[in-house]
Design a protein around this ligand. Structure first.
Ligand code: NAD
Ligand code: G3P
Length: 368
């Protein structure tokens, strides 16, 4: 159960409280919890924001029998998805989605993408008409009409504006306040983008706004496919030069695919944190890389689902499903020959090709 709004300190009262911007984080996984921590450290300092940050929790029961929400509020820590890190006492976990977003002026969406359609459906008519949203979700969906970015899904289903925040952001490193950068992608309104920058920025988290929402979101989405390829290379012990080659080919395919989908995507976006920096960090230290390495070491005999459950304890991979979504777009558009790395990653994931195909097939020079 979510506690009453007033806790030990009085965050909510005072005549000016009603005019302050309220922030809700929709999601409480590994990155969701770190996002709440970053934001909560800023809402305490910025007088235009309400101190309290609500964090929606997909409720579950811990092995101890305690509800996750209760454990978070009692310990001020997400004991399952971000153990050992205090979130800030002004973070209030709430298992009731509608209640969590009630009255919020700024919504931060940060769940694995597969839950977003259901979440949006539940939120229709429940959010303020002028609420601003941001998506931290690195994925896309493919519908009959074609590919749909998650920020577009949010915008269309809820009728609200949605920016994105992506970057070289392994959550566990930011949780212990190691320096990193991030990129906010926005469509038109730079003032809104600046407000998101203000809300997320700390001395160890440097955020830059750029006007290229699709480019930023596609970088965050597509790098997960390259991370799977990098994991195969690691699992096959092919070495650093091979991995660098896979990253280079992957970056070229990311750029070409993004520009073929959206002609507005800027080349310079790929040099921001959301582009080459995220590609590097994810291919070195991400969860997609780690599980793909185990998959290759098993010779493709163990499934990604099984390895995900065993290795990530409830955290979710996005790369395997992204590879499938990308493959569907490539098949539909007749582009498979132009993107050998993307296509090969999917074919290895579904067992049509062995992990060793990652080099044999991806090195074919793409005609892009
Ligand atoms: N973890 C990172 O380092 C990191 C960094 C940057 C971006 N991201 C992106 O952020 C997004 C969220 O990732 P994360 O790491 O916060 O999550 P996660 O993988 O750690 O956690 C899984 C989350 O899914 C929730 N969940 C499980 N079943 C659900 C259901 N049926 N409905 C709704 N929620 C359910 C769980 O409660 C948990 O909060 C992803 O798109 C990811 O790619 C992650
Ligand atoms: O752990 P991954 O593979 O989901 O990647 C985490 C982040 O996206 C890195 O920026």
């Amino acid at each position: 159960m979510a506690p009453e709004l007033q806790q030990e300190e009085d965050y909510t009262t005072g005549p000016e409280a009603a005019h302050k911007t309220r922030v809700t984080v929709v999601g409480s996984g590994n990155w969701g919890s770190v996002a709440a921590k970053l934001i909560a450290s800023n809402t305490l300092k910025l007088s235009s924001f309400h101190d309290e940050v609500r964090m929606w929790v997909f409720e579950e029961t811990l092995p101890s029998g305690e509800k996750l929400t209760d454990a978070i509020n009692r310990n001020n820590e997400n004991v399952k998805y971000l153990p050992g890190i205090k979130l800030g006492k002004n973070v209030v976990a709430d298992p009731d989605l509608e209640n969590a977003v009630n009255g919020a002026n700024m919504l931060v969406f940060v769940t694995p993408h597969q839950f977003m359609e259901g979440i949006c459906r539940r939120l229709v008519g429940k959010v303020k008409a002028d609420v601003e949203a941001i998506s931290l979700i690195k994925e896309m969906e493919v519908k009959i009409e074609g590919p749909c970015m998650i920020s577009t899904l949010i915008s269309q289903q809820l009728g609200i504006n949605c920016c994105v925040l992506m970057g070289a952001n392994i959550a566990n490193e930011i949780a212990v306040e190691k320096f990193s950068e991030a990129t906010v992608g926005y469509r038109e309104n730079k003032e809104i983008a600046q407000k998101w920058v203000q809300l997320f920025s700390t001395s160890y988290f440097m955020v830059t706004p750029i006007q290229d929402v699709e480019g930023v979101e596609l970088c965050g989405t597509l790098k997960n496919v390259v991370a799977i390829a990098a994991g195969f290379v690691d699992g096959l012990e092919m070495g650093n030069n091979t991995k660098a080659a896979i990253m280079r080919i992957g970056l070229k395919e990311m750029q070409a695919f993004s520009k073929m989908l959206f002609s507005s995507v800027k080349d310079t976006t790929f040099l921001e944190s959301c582009g080459v920096a995220d590609l590097i960090t994810t291919c070195l230290g991400g969860r997609n890389r780690k599980v793909a390495e185990a998959f290759a070491r098993s010779g493709g005999k163990r499934s990604f689902d099984e390895l995900e459950a065993e290795m990530l304890q409830g955290q979710k991979l996005q790369g395997v499903s992204t590879a499938k979504e990308v493959y569907e777009v490539l098949s539909h558009c007749g582009w498979l020959d132009f993107f050998p790395l993307f296509a090969t990653v999917h074919e290895i994931c579904i067992g049509t090709l062995p992990p060793s195909a990652i080099v044999e097939h991806s090195e074919r020079t793409p005609k892009i």
